[in-house]
Design a protein around this ligand. Structure first.
Ligand SMILES: Cc1cc2nc3c(=O)[nH]c(=O)nc-3n(C[C@H](O)[C@H](O)[C@H](O)COP(=O)(O)OP(=O)(O)OC[C@H]3O[C@@H](n4cnc5c(N)ncnc54)[C@H](O)[C@@H]3O)c2cc1C
Length: 462
């Protein structure tokens, strides 16, 4: 299995020529730190609200080098997370956030259409399949909440036949289907970036923000060779925010790893998987699978190692053991893949919030940050970008009043306890997942350790 620094999506999409680093002092209305989906959608929306807005966007590496250009491409909202939304935001808040996230997914498809961007946007739904009797009850709470809240079509329980008519892996039992789409993430990042540059956004790559200082009349963002003085700042730096002082205790940084097969359209036909569904199994440390237009499978495992102190290097980007596991799980779910080439594997960091839900937090009167997408940001970043832009430009609307906006809630233990704890819990969850996927009840020790975060009010996985 080949590994490259950027992953297969970026290779497929290709890169536009890099933008030069910032080398001068600049004035702006809005400075955005981070050129992933959150930062790029923020810039897009800000220009929609005020075409004259002077925007500077600073990207540490190249836009899309981070998770936004290397994810599984599941473009979905948060309907599967309805129980967590209700627990944190109440019935009305949960419904409003879930609907707004679904609208964001629709808007991404509409954007691609309107802008003539072929980012492989395909609405096939998001299907959670059970592969063992012990995993059958998972997501029953999602279906029950959707019914109770009067939106049963947003989380439909499928019987075994209906599930297998969409994805007939040999172990597949029942399923739960929620709205969702898939995209080619690097194509979307690249198209957004290029259009923003065309529209006059001053976008600088290889320009890490080193410090963000807020004053009564401005924000000052410093890079190695330049500074930006702006009226407002948005911090959209993804998992890197876990090492910033205000958010250090709000995030755990985990990792996710994905692989891509050679084209295997015959295998997809064998399993009746031709509807473009984004599929997950029900391990707590999730397996996810989707197809591409040329019949490949992109498959990943969300159980990569945590990053100590949010330091984003090494195994967070490529861990051979995590890639092997992703490949092994794919073979378990789809044995017909055996003997086919797995062309490439890659990984990336995940910004995990204690609630597993994203948040927009004001860090000061002139500075907002967004964090905690927990491996589910591809759709929600569009909504969050709209919120960040509206707040930066003083346009209050229904979205800026959603309950995901506000002071940071929930915290995680300080380092090194966090890393030690996350490492122990991860090991227990891997064993528990393996047992449950094999139809065995996990041992008492595994269940105890796996349940520790819950006792601290921290949700883990799925
Ligand atoms: C392997 C993998 C699979 C995933 N699969 C899915 C999926 O299928 N569906 C889904 O919804 N989500 C998935 N995710 C998560 C998803 O990719 C993220 O939630 C989403 O991309 C978050 O976007 P973002 O813009 O907030 O952050 P990022 O994409 O992390 O962007 C932040 C950017 O900020 C830059 N940056 C960091 N520090 C600085 C600094 N100091 N100065 C300037 N720039 C800085 C980074 O280089 C980066 O480009 C996956 C993630 C990974 C790693």
């Amino acid at each position: 299995m080949r590994h490259t620094a950027d992953g297969w999506w970026a290779e497929e999409a290709g890169f536009s020529p890099a933008r030069p680093p910032l080398r001068e002092p600049l004035d702006a209305d809005l400075v955005i730190v981070g050129g992933g989906f959150t930062g790029l959608w923020t810039a897009w929306r800000a220009l929609e609200l005020d075409p004259a807005c002077r925007i500077v966007l600073l990207e540490r590496d190249r836009c899309g080098h981070g998770p936004s250009g290397r994810n599984g491409g599941f473009c979905k909202g948060l309907w599967m997370n309805l129980p967590a939304l209700v627990a944190h935001h109440g019935d009305d808040g949960a419904l409003a956030v879930a609907q707004a996230c679904e609208d964001a997914v629709t808007a991404i498809g509409g954007w691609c259409r309107d802008e003539g961007v072929d980012a492989w946007f395909r609405t096939g739904g998001f299907l959670s399949v059970s592969t063992s009797p012990l995993l059958d009850p998972v997501h029953a709470d999602t279906v029950a909440e959707a019914r109770r809240l009067g939106v049963p079509d947003k989380a439909q329980a499928l019987d075994p036949d209906a599930t297998r008519s969409r994805f007939a892996g040999p172990a597949v039992r029942g399923g739960v289907l929620v709205p969702g789409a898939t995209i080619q993430p690097a194509r979307l990042v690249r198209a957004l970036r290029d259009r923003l540059i065309d529209q006059g956004v001053a976008l600088f790559e290889h320009s890490p923000a080193l410090a963000v200082d807020e004053f009564s009349d401005r924000v000052l963002v410093r890079t190695v060779h330049g500074t930006v003085r702006a009226a407002r700042a948005v911090l959209a730096a993804g998992p890197a925010l876990g090492s910033t002082r205000p958010l250090r205790r709000r995030l755990t940084i985990g990792s996710s790893h994905a692989i891509v097969t050679e084209p295997v359209p015959d295998v997809l036909a064998h399993y009746g998987w031709t509807g473009g569904e984004a599929v997950v199994d029900r391990r707590t440390l999730l397996d996810y699978l989707r197809t591409t237009p040329d019949g490949r499978i992109v498959s990943g495992w969300g159980g990569g190692r945590p990053a100590a102190g949010a330091r984003l290097h090494g195994p967070v980007w490529c861990d051979p053991a995590a890639l092997d596991r992703a490949a092994r799980h794919l073979l378990e779910l789809m044995p017909e893949v055996r003997g086919r080439t797995i062309e490439q594997g890659w990984g990336g960091p995940i910004d995990i919030s204690p609630s597993t839900l994203p948040s927009v937090v004001p860090l000061g009167p002139r500075v907002d940050a967004a964090y905690g997408f927990t491996g589910r940001g591809v759709g929600p970043t569009r909504l969050v970008g709209e919120i960040l832009a509206a707040r930066a430009l003083g346009h209050a609307d229904d979205r800026t009043r959603l309950p995901i906006v506000g002071p940071a809630r929930g915290s995680v233990p300080p380092e090194p306890i966090r890393w030690l704890g996350a490492t122990l819990v991860r090991a227990a969850l891997i064993r528990k997942d393996d047992d449950e996927a094999a139809g065995r009840r996990a041992g008492a020790a595994e269940r105890f350790v796996a349940g520790l975060p819950g006792r601290l009010g921290i949700t883990v996985g799925r």
